[in-house]
Design a protein around this ligand. Structure first.
Ligand code: ZN
Length: 188
């Protein structure tokens, strides 16, 4: 009995190793695309929240072979700007945590309603959620679409379980959104 238990454990570990290797190989075959992003007016956002948010957004895009290059200044060309808003009127897009102007080609810019992110999340979760909101709105801008997915980063409204999941592993894009984003990134 004991030996079969070990066998099962080793078997599972072996499968996990194979799955990981397959994903790594798929990642290597995929050409890495790049997109430049600058976050404006972080203001008094704690440093650890910013670092975690950028790490989350970077990981979400890295999972589909897109590298976010975070730019410190606005002078570079072809940069998508992210603006944090802290003065959202209650009646403005009720329940939304951000918005994008996906059909505006000349000045790609996305907004995060940071006051709402702050008001609806525990402090320990802020960086995770902020990173996902940034990734969600960047996806709209890059895809030039306001469409949503049933699950994952591009879900219209995250359920409590989605928010809890963000702290364990970043949410992902659907295969079709991944393809649209990778195609759209080339425009930046
Ligand atoms: Zn959206």
């Amino acid at each position: 009995m004991k030996s079969s238990g070990w066998g099962l454990a080793w078997g599972a570990a072996g499968l996990l190793a194979i799955a990981t290797t397959a994903r790594a190989e798929a990642g290597q075959r995929m050409e890495v695309k790049r997109v430049s992003v600058r976050v404006e007016n972080y203001g008094t956002t704690p440093l650890q929240v910013r670092v975690l948010a950028q790490l989350m957004a970077s990981r979400i895009f890295a999972s589909i072979g897109v590298k976010i290059e975070w730019r410190p200044r606005a002078d570079a060309r072809n940069v998508i700007e992210v603006r944090l808003r802290r003065d959202t009127p209650e009646e403005f897009l009720p329940g939304a945590l951000g918005y994008a102007n996906p059909f505006e080609i000349s000045a790609p810019r996305v907004y995060v309603l940071y006051d709402r992110v702050l008001a609806t999340n525990a402090r320990s979760r802020l960086g995770y959620v902020l990173g996902h909101v940034i990734a969600h709105e960047l996806a709209h801008a890059i895809e030039r679409s306001d469409g949503h997915a049933r699950e994952g980063v591009l879900k219209a409204r995250w359920a409590p379980r989605d928010l809890a999941q963000m702290e364990i592993e970043p949410l992902g894009f659907t295969d079709s959104d991944a393809a649209l984003i990778r195609a759209g990134v080339s425009a930046y």
